[in-house]
Design a protein around this ligand. Structure first.
Ligand code: TXA
Ligand code: MG
Length: 341
């Protein structure tokens, strides 16, 4: 159900959930000061409680009020990248409930760029927690119609803000402060790359260090599979791809080894004999590839005669700009044919 901004504000104030457009993907929002409202996000999405939510703010001051750790370096970082597709994970204040952070001491915060999302947060007057507006483990929505179709039964209220410009979820950055210094780790790749962050901090003379190793505790919600389309996706390295017929026989040989469920996410399998393969083509520009990725996966899945979608991984896909996209494709794939086949 498409609703106006005014109606959405009213619903959120009454502890309901509303889907809002953001520049990354559509989010399923609820006010953060009501555990009842927050729990509705988890039940609507059928999302496990161990997977924490990102809190969306409309100002840096609001972000500060949600944290118990802040310095000039953090301020400089968010001032530069916000509003935009960067989420910082930082020590929380007691304004943020444990339901939002899955019991963790840190909270993920971001200021979205979409004017309707900002107007919504300001209108409600309270930050909004919002995961992507899709059922758990499924493809994220980049159009209002995606949300309406996904939650047809629930008849979720959606604000139509057009197509999401970025197309994949925000970069998630773990931030630890020590004096005026920063210790950083990328927990999820997105449109903002590590190089962009490094270049900015270096130019500003902010001292920082990137750390690779992050414990499972610090980075929950990273399932092996996610974003799965309705029709199974198979990724194959260019080196092993010759033609569709050979791919079909390769898939046939490997189907029996496919598990049914991995970490609570159901693995999508072909329904019967595989006859019709559809290629997912993303072109050469990573920004455009990200923008259209989820819409293309949905379109290909909606084609009634499609038994399977395949993506041919090429050498250019290993560059930093493609990391976010390749992460999504890897998790969305039921089968991957890489080096070790
Ligand atoms: O672009 C986006 O980030 C979108 C839009 C709607 O803003 N939101 C989104 O939310 O992608 P979601 O729930 O699909 O992804 C949230 C992920 C979690 O699975 C987890 O990996 C990480 O962000 N995260 C959130 N809070 C965290 C925390 N306190 N500690 C560690 N990781 C956290
Ligand atoms: Mg999601």
């Amino acid at each position: 159900m498409i609703v106006s901004l005014g109606k959405a504000i009213e619903l959120l104030q009454k502890n309901e959930v509303v889907a809002m457009p953001t520049e990354t993907v559509y989010g399923l929002a609820a006010r953060i000061d009501s555990d009842i409202a927050i729990k509705k996000i988890f039940s609507t999405k059928e999302r496990p409680f161990f997977d924490p939510l990102i809190v969306h703010v409309s100002s840096i001051d609001e972000a500060k009020s949600l944290t118990s750790e802040w310095n000039k370096a953090v301020e400089g970082l968010v001032n530069h990248f916000w509003p935009g597709p960067l989420t910082i994970v930082i020590s929380k204040s007691n304004r943020v409930s444990d339901v939002i952070t899955s019991g963790l001491t840190r909270v993920g915060i971001r200021m979205p760029k979409h004017p309707m999302a900002l107007a919504l947060i300001k209108g409600v007057g309270v930050p909004l927690a919002a995961p992507s507006a899709n059922k758990f483990g499924k493809t994220s929505p980049t159009k209002a119609i995606h949300v309406e179709r996904e939650f047809q039964k629930e008849n979720i209220a959606v604000i139509d803000g057009g197509d999401s410009e970025v197309g994949i979820e925000s970069t998630v950055l773990l931030v630890k402060t020590s004096g005026e210094n920063l210790e950083l780790s990328i927990l999820r790749h997105g449109a903002i790359t590590k190089t962009q962050i490094e270049m900015f901090l270096t130019a500003k003379n902010i001292s920082f260090k990137f750390v690779q190793e992050v414990s499972k505790m610090e980075s929950p919600g990273h399932m092996k599979h996610h974003y799965m389309p309705e029709v199974p996706l198979v990724m194959i390295d260019e080196k092993f791809f010759t033609d569709k017929a050979t791919l079909i026989s390769l898939i046939g040989k490997n189907l029996n080894n496919l598990p049914d469920i991995v970490e609570d996410v159901k693995i999508v399998k072909p329904k019967g004999e595989i006859k019709n393969l559809q290629e997912l083509e993303l072109g050469d520009d990573p920004s455009l590839a990200a923008r259209f990725l989820y819409a293309k996966l949905r379109e290909l899945s909606e084609n009634k005669s499609a038994d399977l979608i395949y993506f041919v991984k090429k050498p250019q896909h290993t560059s930093e700009e493609w990391l976010g996209i390749m992460d999504r494709l890897t998790k969305a794939s039921s089968l991957i044919f890489e080096e070790d086949i």
